[in-house]
Design a protein around this ligand. Sequence first.
Ligand code: B12
Ligand code: SF4
Length: 464
Amino acid sequence: MELLLTHGYFLYEDPKELQVMKPYPPLGILYICAHLRNKGFHVEVFDSTFSSRRQLFELIKQGPPSVLGVYANLMTRSNVVEILRYAKDAGWQTIVGGPEPGAYIEEYLDAGADIVVIGEGEITLEELLPVLGAHSPDALERVAGIAFRSREGDIVQTTPRDQIRDITRQPWPARESIDMDRYVSVWREHHGMGSVSLITSRGCPYHCRWCSHQVFGKTHRRRTPESVADELAWLNERYRPDMAWMADDVFTIHHGWLFQYASELKRRGLKLPFECISRADRLNPQVVRTLAEMGCFRVWIGSESGSQRMLDSMERGVTVEQVQSAVGLCRSNGIQTGMFLMWGYEGEELEDIEATIQHVKDTDPDIFFTTVAYPIKGTPYSSQVADRLESLKSWSVGSDRDVRIRGRHSRGFYALADQLLRSEVELERTRRKTDIEAAVVRELQNRITASRTGLHAASLEVEA
Ligand code: B12
Ligand code: SF4
């Protein structure tokens, strides 16, 4: 074996993920695996999702040592660091890639990575694997898109890797190298529907200030509608799922493409229920109708805030009204909506929080999730707050979420904002019912008063 690919996501070791139980395969390393196998390399994938670190370490120990390539993102850093160290000690050469390492080159090199891959991995690994064995810094320097330490210990970063021009010609993810049926069955067991994921494009050209563009920059490339329909048809035939998740950043970004894809599915008589993410400004009556006809049952919308002032300062490029109208359009076409909301972005005040609460009450999405804003390294938001950032954990065991931002409100403050939002929405929903129970309403009103009082009191303090 010339390369073993893995990632640091261990579902059964993460109590939070076990509650959600919505695993999807690591498409990035599966794309790399398919590409390299097509080029004649002997590549295997150790899918950590349903496995344990003990099993991975056994495999590494058993050897013979070769090259280990690990995918890392913001949440998996500490696991990845442990894997890199273990592999290094066992005599393996180590490569790390994915959305996080390019922003922390020095840290990953210090943590046990021989090479950090920046950007897309397919062509970089195709060129890197043959020269790795030579241990020649000169040869490494000629491989674009990597960083490593020279013999003198300096960090060398090579020229940026060009992006793959035609992503349609890339082979589909090597799903056969992992236990895909298990993903589908876990979904079916826990949610009544077996699910598969696929992506139709790479990159997003928008510039929301907190969003990471580490891998694809602000570019956007699409596969042809026919190729995506072929993959969906194959997934449907091979794994018999009940639904699909279109895992693109913004599935609806290109309307012309979407209409072509819809007619391609129609021509083939292929209709698999699916969910996807959209920006609100990419949803109009024709798009939403088309989504519904294609089998879309849920659209996730990054709503973020009900305050236009906050949306503008995030450079979100969307209005509150667009979100409200998008949710309404989905509802009238029988599509559920899921909403992502963010607390604590730079400059957010009590009135912005109240505006968000009012917005969610008015819009009434089927589901909503909230997060307290966290600065992903490499984003404009992270640079903006850099001089007020304090890490709460050491780099190798923490993540970009484990930070305190001086001048921002406390975690307790945002927890109260969250409670207030949930109680207000519940009261609104209760009032819409015909058989209102007075005691329930009173209880909710009491909760709202307590949360709002607590929130106002907590707003007087910020993180020192
Ligand atoms: C789908 C998705 C998810 C899904 C499923 C993940 C999965 N198993 O597929 C779910 C919903 C679970 C999810 C969750 C989260 N996600 Co997410 N997700 C995505 C999304 C939209 C697509 C991922 C994908 O398939 N990409 C397509 C493949 C082809 O790209 P890729 O994975 O980057 O791989 C390429 C390169 O990175 C490189 N590469 C990848 N691996 C390796 C390995 C080696 C050895 C090498 C050399 C190269 C290499 O080559 C690959 C092919 O070119 C990305 C955004 C994006 N467009 O990538 C965000 C993204 C990865 N997610 C992100 C975040 C923040 C999260 C969460 C933390 C959100 C949260 N608050 O909970 C969680 C973390 C979950 C976890 N425990 O790991 C961030 C990560 C930022 C960072 N610096 O790490 C991203 C980049 C979104 C963003 N723009 O900010 N996510
Ligand atoms: S948040 Fe969504 S729309 Fe904004 S830049 Fe990121 S992927 Fe694009």
